[in-house]
Write a protein that binds this ligand. Structure first.
Ligand code: SF4
Ligand code: SF4
Length: 370
């Protein structure tokens, strides 16, 4: 007996697949499944998060609907995966945020932007808010650097704490002892697999989307989004080092490293999310969990808005629009930070952990040890 009906269904499908094994070359899920004869809740959540949702095992399956076995692995694992996010959420009292996630994130984002606009208007006189402020330190005339660091530092630390606690619960449940040593080789293999989205290629032919013609479209848009996000994060880190180590205050010139990294990353973070969103709405509904559309779309839109408002601020920072744009941009980024542990962002963390587990399992099998 499993904890939920979707885990019961996942167990049924994995039992059928374990007898069939036709799809074993498509991705990591089937080889990991074959290492087991029975499935605990943790095993099923592990397999669900190992699945990248490429869809290839649906058109390939001789038991997919209308066959009476009704085998739909991509959709079933997608639902189980989405339910696992709430199951491991920390603190558990906030697991409900994964339900109606699109609405929750929209409300938090709107409230955050409104709070920053109101705060800027309340604290600053109109000459500063609507005036033209340029050169080093211009942003901090609207909000002191220390206040910015305290607010975002607290939000970031909370997000890290919530994510670490959630991942520890997942790690414990999928069979890895918390605190147990995971070898560097497994972590490096997982970094490579995640970095190239190795298992989002349908066994080499590409992702299945709206028809039976697989493409690499989703993989390319995902790369643009992921690496765009990393570059923007790197831009923030470099700017922080500039501030504290070199005593150089933002905003920086166009040619300077934080701006170059942020601009390239921001462009990726505009194109990638638009492509992912378009692919999501065009995709065959039989391949995905339709109930998670709100959560998926909300996260993609938050990434898009982070980039759009950041680039708008960069373009118009020497004009009277800078004050309002700064409030909107940091309002969006703050909302993105505080909702990270309770939205689609977590899929990347759980999938990486599942890839580490998979690399470790393969290594143990090769070495003949448990
Ligand atoms: S998805 Fe279908 S074809 Fe593939 S292993 Fe499972 S039962 Fe076999
Ligand atoms: S949808 Fe793709 S990644 Fe998921 S189990 Fe099927 S083949 Fe593997």
């Amino acid at each position: 007996m499993h904890g939920t009906s979707i885990l019961e269904e996942t167990d049924r499908l994995m039992t059928v697949c374990n007898s069939c094994r036709y799809c074993e070359g498509l991705c990591a899920v089937f080889p990991a499944m074959e290492m087991r004869r029975a499935f605990s809740d943790g095993d099923l959540n592990y397999l669900a998060n190992l699945c990248h949702g490429c869809g290839a095992c649906y058109p390939d399956c001789q038991f997919s609907p209308p066959h009476e076995f009704n085998v739909n692995v991509p959709k079933t694992l997608a639902i189980a995966r989405n339910e696992s996010y709430a199951a491991y959420a920390w603190p558990p009292a906030l697991s409900g945020l994964f339900a109606r996630n699109g609405v929750v994130i929209s409300v938090i984002a709107a409230a955050s932007v409104a709070a920053f606009i109101f705060g800027f208007a309340a604290v600053n006189d109109r000459a500063v808010l609507y005036g033209v402020n340029t050169g080093p330190g211009a942003f901090y005339k609207l909000m002191p650097h220390n206040a910015l660091v305290a607010l975002f530092g607290a939000a970031f630390l909370y997000a890290i704490l919530a994510l670490v606690m959630s991942v520890l619960a997942f790690w414990r449940d999928i069979g890895e002892p918390v605190g147990g040593r995971t070898d560097a080789g497994s972590i490096w293999q997982a970094i490579r697999d995640a970095g190239e989205l190795r298992y989002l290629d349908g066994g080499g032919v590409g992702c299945f989307n709206e028809d039976d013609q697989p493409t690499d479209r989703r993989k390319i848009y995902h790369h643009l989004t992921f690496y765009g996000f990393l570059l923007c994060f790197a831009a923030t880190c470099v700017a922080t080092l500039y501030h504290y180590l070199l005593a150089r205050e933002a905003p920086y010139p166009w040619w300077d490293l934080p701006v170059v990294l942020g601009t390239i990353g921001g462009i990726g973070l505009l194109i990638g999310p638009i492509g992912l969103l378009a692919a999501k709405f065009r995709r065959d509904p039989e391949l995905s969990d339709q109930s998670s559309m709100g959560m998926d779309s909300a996260f993609i839109l938050m990434l898009f808005l982070t980039s759009l408002t950041g680039l708008a601020l960069l373009l118009l920072r020497d004009t009277a629009a800078m004050g309002l744009l700064l409030a909107i941009h940091i309002g969006v980024v703050f909302a993105l930070f505080v909702t990270l542990p309770y939205g689609k962002f977590v899929h990347g963390i759980y999938r990486f952990v599942a890839l580490v587990r998979y690399a470790r399992e393969r290594q143990m099998m090769a070495g003949g040890t448990e």
